[in-house]
Design a protein around this ligand. Structure first.
Ligand code: RAM
Length: 357
């Protein structure tokens, strides 16, 4: 398996990233409103089946105007070219909870074979996704999970546990070991950020983090302006704040932009998850010492390969099934239909120029 992107990976992640997470994203699997979709445990897979050509897969990211999503779906497009499938991209301009529902309904009418979705809310999309599955459409959640009984598989960028712990480790290092920290998240409903924050809180409760105090979780809604204002608000409300941890590429870039042009530069650290191209200037000007991410293109790429494998009957989403994902190599489905891409990379002044995405 060749993954040049993953060179320089934090050793703390290596072990965690290779293990498929047993627990699904915490608190994200409740689904009271929709009936369960097709039962994947009873469907039989044919691992020897040929990959179908002409599979129509539509990508529905959280929102369209986010460079992170653009990179993700770019990987999906590339994979579908390799697989001779048909790529489509649709999506809302905001990441609010119900913004994706009408798009799913349209994709059902258009008879797509596969829907790839980064869910803005684990439950709001469920009735529509299960309607799609009832119509024979396979559903691949990627980046941000839908409730597990509304999709066939979930492509997780790294283990939820690993990402949550890493955020807290970064905060501890950058704070010097003690003091106030705040989280600047995406939307209050985002499955992925909420799962990471839950792990971060559990991690902060451990004795080695007793001197770090999480004073607030703020939400910038993955909107640049709102995130900028929330960062400003955090620093006004908490004058002793040492670190802003933003587990969102939109939030970290906005927070870094605010801090870099304020009197807090050099005093308040900004870290979390960002794309190297959006963060480069803030690493160079010293605002940001380190942050992490995976290669978003690989998520879309893996989602497309999983979608075609589902559509071809090679997999059904049951734990232990294996499928090949082109240049990324072979993947095995874990518990709850989860497929983990691999460990993230930590970026800093020493390595950031090696990455261009
Ligand atoms: C933002 C989105 C996305 C998340 C990244 C880290 O772009 O919220 O879902 O995975 O940040």
């Amino acid at each position: 398996m060749t993954r040049p992107f993953l060179t320089g990976v934090l050793s703390a992640f290596t072990a965690a990233g290779l293990v498929v997470v047993l627990a699904a994203c915490g608190g994200t699997t409740k689904n009271d409103t929709a009936g369960p979709g097709p039962d994947r445990s009873t469907a039989t897979a044919d691992p020897g089946a040929a990959a179908k050509e002409g599979v129509k897969m539509a990508f529905l990211p959280k929102q369209l105007n986010n460079p992170y999503s653009d990179i993700e779906v770019g990987g999906g497009k590339q994979a579908l070219e390799e697989l001779k499938g048909e790529y489509k991209l649709v999506g809302p301009n905001d990441a609010s909870a119900s913004s994706q529902v009408s798009y799913i309904n349209t994709l059902i009418q258009q008879r797509q074979d596969v829907i790839g979705i980064a869910a803005n809310d684990p439950n709001a999309v469920c009735p529509s996704l299960n309607q799609a599955r009832g119509a024979g459409i396979k559903v691949v959640a990627f980046d941000s999970d839908a409730a597990k009984d509304c999709r066939d598989v979930f492509i997780n960028q790294a283990t939820t546990q690993g990402i949550g712990e890493q955020l807290v480790k970064q905060a501890k290092e950058l704070s010097g070991g003690s003091g106030e920290i705040a989280i600047l998240s995406a939307t209050p409903n985002a499955t992925n950020q909420n799962a990471w924050i839950e792990v971060a809180k559990q991690t902060l409760a451990k004795p080695e983090y007793a001197n770090l105090k999480l004073v607030k979780v703020a939400y910038g809604n993955d909107d640049d302006q709102k995130s900028f204002q929330e960062a400003q608000g955090l620093l006004q409300s908490f004058p002793d704040l040492k670190v802003i941890v933003a587990p969102t590429t939109v939030g970290i870039a906005a927070a870094a932009r605010y801090v870099s042009s304020s009197s807090y530069k050099g005093k308040v650290a900004v870290t979390g998850l960002g794309t190297p191209n959006q963060m480069r200037a803030f690493v160079k000007d010293g605002t940001v010492k380190q942050f992490a991410l995976w290669n978003p293109a690989d998520i879309g790429y893996l989602a497309a390969y999983a979608g075609v494998a589902l559509s071809s009957g090679q997999i059904t989403g049951t734990e232990g099934q294996k499928f090949k994902a082109g240049k990324l190599g072979e993947y095995t489905i874990g518990a709850n239909g989860e497929i983990v891409l691999g460990p993230p990379t930590t970026f800093d002044a020493a390595n950031i120029d090696k990455f261009d995405f």
